[in-house]
Design a protein around this ligand. Structure first.
Ligand code: 2M8
Length: 460
């Protein structure tokens, strides 16, 4: 399929789904849909879930296969690693040799290579969305998806149990992370305070970045000093053989992540519904308990002055104070009473966020445009990420906030009308940033534009 012509620099809505599907097809190796070529040539955990949701709009079986491939990389502990490497492509740093997971722990798979950290658990949300589409469509493909769901369910359960057991052994209702990459919002000012305490060892092995070769505008990618810290943390993880308990006993980056915890609460709701459909009542109870625990954890993180949920640096006890999109986590998991929800949505719609006077359209910027640290081009420090807009749009629909959801959806689709399907966008003028033809951007556009909308939003 060739991409439809861009009319006067803007894609007509009708052609956008076709162009988005063409992006996924171009990024498809036949085995995985890469997030972007050449910047991200492997399978990333949460990207794969968004991508599967997009694939489901035109090829349900391919959507299932995408997640199957990701779960081939699942560790014996249940962890779904943040990257499953394509053995044929050496074009990413840090690659499998740098992580050396299978060399250091028997928990990592030996038949394929992965990274040693994880990303937000959006997978059960994606599976439910795919199932909804399949039910809506019916026929052979729907039967295929039904059988596939039976098969992937225990893997999702093992993944959720991993997060509870290893990322929250004290049962606080908040998941802890050992690296900013685990949050998916790598360079967000959410983590500045945590990173400021990471001292890079003099014995950091030399390395060469490849991302800055592909995205030559340095201002759009993390700085060298920041990257050193990211890579240093891998060395710390290697020294403890990727053992969570040992890492959290002394590792130099340790934080609770409210956004990941909120996603986890919502994902447990989804998985509990699937467990119910599969007639596994004990697991329904277990998963509902997890959902309640993590919803409560997120609620306990809401700052009464800003109304936003805040992460905590576990090494200092300090709460994050920079207003980033992650602060809206309570919308993702639900649980606010109606006046609290009203207040949070009012904040979202205010000039601090979606109605900021300089925004080109009412999108959600990764950092509030009014915040001191806001940088409109810098990685996770200001630009808007279509995949995050989609996640919050789904959450707003689930919370009954249809008008705000529609605003966010329409604004994002307007920006995407340039046909670039970029990784992220300058929220002030809609310029595409990072890499072009990013799969999760195309995937969420497809889900929005799908002609047979699934009955339920991905987040419920
Ligand atoms: C970005 O993260 C990778 C590291 O994992 C990178 O910067 O090299 C993030 O945006 C992350 O959320 C995303 O999953 C990944 C691939 O799209 O890129």
């Amino acid at each position: 399929m060739s991409a439809p012509a861009v009319v006067a620099g803007r894609l007509p809505r009708a052609g956008m789904a076709e162009a988005a599907a063409a992006v996924l097809r171009r990024n498809d190796t036949g085995r995985i849909v890469r997030p972007a070529v050449p910047l991200y040539p492997h399978q990333w955990s949460w990207d794969a879930a968004f991508i599967a949701v997009g694939l489901a709009t035109f090829d349900l079986r391919r959507a299932c296969a995408e997640l199957d491939e990701l779960f081939r990389g699942q560790w014996r502990t249940g962890m779904v690693p943040h990257i499953v490497f394509d053995p044929t492509d050496p074009g990413y740093f840090p690659g499998p040799d740098r992580w050396a997971c299978a060399e250091l722990t028997a928990d990592a798979p030996s038949e394929l290579r992965t990274s040693g950290i994880c990303q937000p658990p959006v997978h059960a949300l994606a599976v439910e969305r795919i199932l909804d589409r399949a039910v809506h469509r019916g026929g052979d493909d729907a039967r295929h998806v039904g059988a596939w769901a039976v098969n992937i369910y225990p893997k999702l359960l093992a993944w959720h149990r991993y997060l509870v057991d290893r990322r929250d052994p004290a049962g606080t209702g908040l998941l802890r992370i050992c690296h900013g990459w685990e949050s998916g919002m790598d360079n967000s000012p959410r983590w500045d305070e945590c990173y400021s305490r990471v001292v890079v060892g003099a014995d950091l092995p030399a390395y060469e970045r490849l991302d800055t070769v592909v995205v030559p505008r340095q201002s759009q990618r993390p700085r060298a000093q920041e990257y050193d810290r990211y890579v240093w943390l891998i060395e710390e993880l290697k020294r403890v053989g990727y053992d969570e308990e040992r890492y959290f006993a002394g590792g130099s980056f340790q934080a609770t992540d409210v956004f990941m915890s909120a996603i986890f609460a919502a994902a447990n709701d989804s998985l509990a519904r699937l467990a119910g459909a599969l007639e596994r009542p004990q697991e329904v109870n277990e998963l509902r308990r997890y959902a309640d625990t993590y919803r409560r954890g997120v609620m306990s993180s809401v700052d009464p002055h800003t109304f936003l949920a805040a992460d905590r640096n576990l090494l200092t006890g300090e709460l994050g104070s920079v207003p980033t999109c992650a602060g809206f986590a309570p919308l993702v998991c639900g649980g606010l009473d109606s006046s609290e929800q009203h207040r949070l949505v009012a904040l979202l719609r205010s000039p601090r966020w979606m109605s900021h006077p300089q925004l080109t359209a009412p999108v959600l910027a990764s950092t509030s445009p009014q915040a001191r640290g806001f940088r409109r081009h810098a990685y996770w420090r200001g630009p808007t990420w279509p995949a995050m807009n989609w996640l919050f749009e789904q959450a707003l629909v689930a919370r009954g906030e249809h008008e705000t959801a529609a605003q966010l959806r329409e604004a994002t689709l307007t920006i995407l009308g340039d046909g670039s399907f970029a990784e992220y966008y300058d929220p002030f003028n809609g310029d595409p940033l990072g890499t072009a033809e990013h799969s999760w951007t195309a995937a969420v556009a497809l889900d929005w534009l799908g002609d047979e909308k699934a009955a339920q939003p991905a987040v419920q």
